[in-house]
Design a protein around this ligand. Sequence first.
Ligand code: NDP
Ligand code: 8X3
Length: 250
Amino acid sequence: MKTVLITGATSGIGRETARAFAKNNYKVILCGRREDRLAELQDELSQRTEVHSLLFDVRNKESVFDAVASLPEDFSEIDILINNAGNAHGLDPIQNGDTDDWDAMIDINVKGLLYVSKAVIPGMIDRRKGHIINIGSIAGKEMYPNGNVYSATKYAVDALNKGMQMDLNPYGIRVGAVHPGMVETEFSEVRFKGDAERASNVYKGFEPLKPEDIADVILFVVSRPYHVNIADLIVMPTAQASATLVNRGL
Ligand code: NDP
Ligand code: 8X3
């Protein structure tokens, strides 16, 4: 049975991906900061598969390395790493940006992804096998007004995805990115700091992606024969043609 480690498994895309892998007979390692949510999901998924939870903040380098090192033997060989934890904080023009928001996005979306990867990659190299999926974004392919620093972090994920493909190529490790368009999760609530109305307006007037849609795609990417690597994949709602062009039926 293969083992998958999913960061950001307490919500949205990560949580649905954990459910999809549990249904498809993978051992699942759930990661996040919200202990109650980890416990709840672990209870749910334990009906179907073996589950282990790791509570850590991806910004804290030591916690990341300690958490991965603490894995029981049964879970210690990670076949698939899904670098999903991340969020946007704020949506302001660059001149009005909050430096704490900038720090959060760079620390979580870029440095956090690097720390988790650094903790997991050595085992993959030893085994000459593994699969890393980096969750980027359409915002990492195109800029949009006020997206500045969030987009920059996702452009960084795109760059790191390509860099990992090259550096890990000698070891037979698969690396690929999935770049979603608009998915209705807690993403906008986090971006707008709990303003639920502003968050729900983001998805009004069209059918956004559901986190289950992205989970399906990730499962598809991972379940290809090993010689097939889906290196870079953009997944949009049908109503969305670019980062900024959404048909809201107006
Ligand atoms: P959610 O807000 O629903 O989920 C974000 C997840 O990231 C949570 O599980 C959260 O867990 C985790 N997370 C956030 N900060 C940290 C941290 N410091 N340490 C550890 N975990 C953290 O958003 P989504 O599911 O939408 O987002 C998942 C990924 O998809 C992100 O990388 C996002 O950028 C990307 N994405 C989302 C899109 C969308 O439209 N929703 C579109 C394109 C990409 P906890 O709070 O428990 O730590
Ligand atoms: C999230 C996509 O366009 O809502 O990465 O910022 S967007």
